[in-house]
Ligand binder design. Structure first.
Ligand SMILES: O=C(O)C(=O)C[C@]1(C(=O)O)C=C[C@@H](O)C=C1
Length: 102
């Protein structure tokens, strides 16, 4: 992953529009890389669940993920409902992926 500024510390006054868009381009790259990593881990989880005869969906784990997403959103002062909506999509992506690999 590329080095990026911590939230609230981007020195915007020293950056041109092109610089700022380059910063977003790098962040967007990192986001996709993290989504891919999350999906690969879910593939491995799917194998473990299949071996143990467990179902794909674990609602209590989904709730824990959503709660954590909300808490982290608040920590970084971003809209928690928006972040939770993104995590809902990430969980659904994993479930589709896990079902396809069973
Ligand atoms: O932790 C799991 O058991 C997963 O399969 C991962 C995950 C997730 O994306 O966070 C996906 C589906 C489950 O219902 C719960 C959580």
């Amino acid at each position: 992953m590329s080095e990026s500024n911590t939230p609230g510390e981007t020195p915007t006054e020293d950056m041109s529009l092109d610089d700022l868009r380059e910063e977003i381009r790098m962040i967007d790259h990192d986001i996709v890389e993290l989504i891919a990593r999350r999906t690969y881990v879910a593939d491995t989880i799917a194998q473990v669940k299949a071996e143990q005869g467990l179902p794909t969906t674990d609602e209590s784990q989904e709730q824990a993920v959503m709660d954590r997403a909300g808490a982290n959103a608040e920590k970084y002062d971003v809209e928690s409902n928006l972040v939770k909506a993104i995590f809902r999509l990430l969980i659904e992506l994993n479930k589709v992926e896990q079902r396809e690999n069973r």
